[in-house]
Design a binder for this molecule. Structure first.
Ligand code: HEC
Length: 130
């Protein structure tokens, strides 16, 4: 590689790194911490069930049903990028609730969760896929 192409390579890498840093969802959530939130403070089990199969005690009364995380099929495209179920979509639904995005308003907003907690929950929800 000559000096110019080396420099271009470095510039491209710096740009790529800043694009990643600009993502509004924190990467690298902690699965164990997410599990504790899911079963504790987040009370996600009430609707989504212990294994995330969408069969918690409150699920029977809900339509659309709570998402089944064991199947990992997400339907809400919160940022309109044509791809439902990205980390951004899950973060938006967890933070703001599903009603804001045309989903079931029974899926509540969780404004009290920190960015790190949202990332931990996403990591745990994804780990439930079978
Ligand atoms: C009171 C019931 C209830 C609770 C509590 C609840 N959810 Fe939900 N959740 C739902 C329902 C209902 C849907 C389905 C929304 C839809 O598809 O219209 C849903 C959907 C979702 C989705 C998928 C959205 C999609 O694109 O398909 C995610 C992710 C999610 N919930 C995460 C969580 C997490 C994490 C928690 C705990 C912090 C939680 N939910 C707590 C009822 C609940």
């Amino acid at each position: 590689m000559n000096t110019i192409s080396k420099r271009m390579f470095i510039q491209t890498m710096v740009l790529a790194a800043s694009a990643i840093a600009a993502l509004p969802v924190m990467a690298g959530g902690d699965v164990a911490a997410g599990k504790a939130l899911y079963e504790g403070k987040g009370a996600c089990t009430t609707c989504h069930g212990n294994k995330g199969e969408g069969d918690g005690p409150a699920a029977a009364a809900l339509n659309p049903k709570p998402a089944n995380f064991a199947k990992g099929d997400f339907r809400l495209d919160t940022d309109g990028d044509g791809k439902p179920g990205t980390d951004m979509d899950l973060a938006n639904v967890i933070r703001q609730g599903a009603g804001k995005y045309g989903g079931n308003p029974a899926m509540p907003a969780h404004a009290d969760l920190s960015e790190a907690e949202v990332a931990d929950l996403i990591a745990y929800v994804r780990s439930l896929k079978q």
